[in-house]
Design a protein around this ligand. Structure first.
Ligand SMILES: *Cc1c(COP(=O)(O)O)cnc(C)c1O
Length: 492
């Protein structure tokens, strides 16, 4: 005979709740305090440190069959996880384009996890919080009341969804049943050669194939060449193809270039093309009165993809897609299902549900950490912080141009500085300098290739970065550069 389930929900031994809430509370408070210390004291630690083999090996354990002691598990976290994080919380982190996060965002994440809200649908306030962000984003980007928006993992996903909305706008809803005509129906899209790789991937995943993405040359500041864009669209039309989409850039990942979005929009209007903008990190530049004018034209895009987790400093992950024509957006993804039936009252009310605006059914409460961030700091302070990262980039630029051993490799337009140490065999020397910088824990820039030359790339995104971090970066590059060239000369 099977035993009947116990009648009392307070019988903690059968649930996953603790036997002793007081003990858990004390443990939780310790964790919270430790994490505040971790963030407050981040400057005292190296940006990153190499992971010892024995630490890595700790994560090759057997699947646990019986539970362990929370104290012990937390000790493993403190000893083996926290010290070996990527370091993007640290002010010396300048690699790739990563946000620094905030303690406010962390607290909001904790609250969201406590609510365990699922924002796929139904009628509950967490969805209204996400709708509040949609409303704010319409206002921020000058979009109409009919625009829709949705949180996603990041801009890679938002770009893919933008391509899918443009696809269904061009081909109509039947594309969802029939799929694309042979070879993508000859539909072609346009972007600059320096656009992030996730855009080509979006064309692949959307079924067009990456060959259908035309990569247009850029000017010296890495902005798309408008005449070349026009010429390619005309050539493709003449060849019987069907141009349908342009992906503009608001802050390229390599050097932070912003396309002339007003000019790109003019081409799109003349040629009847969808304008999607990859604004992964740069779009939030609208918050800075200094940067906003350079984003002119963004307000006319059909869709914008961007991240709150980069310049917005919201903890990972918090990507967002904003679409001018909300109904077109919904038609791209909505699918009726009996088990998702809507009502006009009760918990099944509140239609339309967020799950109609993207491929995810279950969705976390990314909106809460973003709501907390926007309310706690306000757009003025966030805009000032964004402008400050650009000022730091100019500070670094000035230090580089004043130092004969260093060479600037691209014009500084926003917050990204590409430079290198002058040397014979400079590619290898500079790659070695960057690896040594990482291992030293002083600073963590990344590298990129510009005109076939390896560049040290410092993307200043973290709100904690200051002039002393820039000074430390430059001093360390000079020191490691001298060491590397000497080592090479002596053949050691
Ligand atoms: C970071 C970035 C992406 C990718 O965004 P994720 O949030 O990492 O998916 C796309 N485009 C640009 C310009 C970026 O900087």
């Amino acid at each position: 005979m099977t035993q009947a389930p116990s009648d009392s929900p307070r019988d903690a031994s059968e649930t996953l709740d603790p036997d002793d809430w007081d003990a858990l509370r004390a443990q939780g408070h310790r964790m919270l305090d430790d994490m505040f210390d971790y963030i407050a004291g981040v400057r005292e630690r190296p940006v990153w440190r190499p992971i010892p083999a024995n630490v890595r090996a700790r994560f090759r354990e057997e699947l646990p069959r019986s539970g362990g002691d929370l104290d012990e598990i937390y000790r493993e976290f403190s000893d083996s996880i926290a010290p070996y994080a990527a370091g993007n919380v640290h002010p010396g982190f300048m690699g790739w384009v990563n946000g620094g996060g905030t303690a406010v965002g962390m607290l909001a994440e904790m609250l969201a996890a406590g609510l365990n809200a699922n924002l796929g649908g139904r009628d509950h306030i967490p969805i209204e919080v996400e709708r509040q962000i949609v409303l704010w984003m319409r206002q921020m980007f000058g979009f109409p009341d009919t625009a829709s928006g949705i949180f996603v993992t990041g801009t890679s996903m938002a770009n893919l969804m933008g391509v899918l909305v443009a696809r269904s706008a061009r081909l109509g809803p039947s594309v969802r049943e029939r799929g694309l005509p042979d070879r993508g129906g000859g539909l072609t899209a346009y972007t600059s050669v320096v656009t992030h790789g996730c855009v080509a991937q979006a064309m692949d995943l959307a079924g067009f194939g990456t060959d259908a993405l035309r990569r247009i040359p850029v000017d010296r500041c890495h902005r798309i060449e408008i005449d070349a864009l026009r010429a390619q669209v005309a050539a493709d039309r003449a060849a019987g193809l069907e141009p349908f989409l342009v992906i503009g850039s608001a802050g390229t990942v390599d050097i932070g270039a912003i396309d002339d979005l007003a000019a790109v929009h003019a081409v799109c209007r003349e040629e009847n093309l969808w304008l999607h903008v990859d604004g992964a990190y740069g779009a939030l530049g609208v918050l800075s009165p200094e940067i906003a004018p350079r984003l002119a034209g963004l307000e006319r895009a059909d869709s914008i993809a961007f991240d709150f987790h980069k310049w917005g400093q919201v903890p990972y992950d918090a990507g967002f897609l904003l679409v001018r024509d909300g109904e077109q957006h919904r038609r791209t993804f909505a699918a009726p299902a009996a088990y998702l039936r809507r009502e006009t009252r009760g918990l099944a009310a509140g239609s339309p549900w967020p799950c109609e605006y993207g491929p995810d059914m279950s969705r976390g409460f990314r909106a809460l950490k973003t709501w907390f961030t926007l309310k706690a700091y306000g757009t003025e302070k966030l805009g000032a912080m964004i402008a400050r990262t650009c000022a730091l980039a100019r500070y670094l630029e000035a230090k580089i141009t004043a130092e004969p051993k260093l060479e600037l490799l691209a014009p500084v337009q926003l917050n990204i500085v590409c430079f290198r140490y002058r040397a014979n065999d400079a590619d290898r020397i500079n790659a070695a300098i960057v690896a040594s910088l990482h291992e030293s824990g002083i600073a963590a820039p990344s590298t990129t290739i510009l005109d076939g030359r390896l560049a040290i790339r410092a993307a200043i995104v973290n709100h904690r970065t200051g002039t002393r971090d820039i000074d430390a970066l430059v001093a360390a590059v000079l020191e490691f550069g001298a060491r590397e060239t000497k080592a090479r000369k002596t053949g050691s």
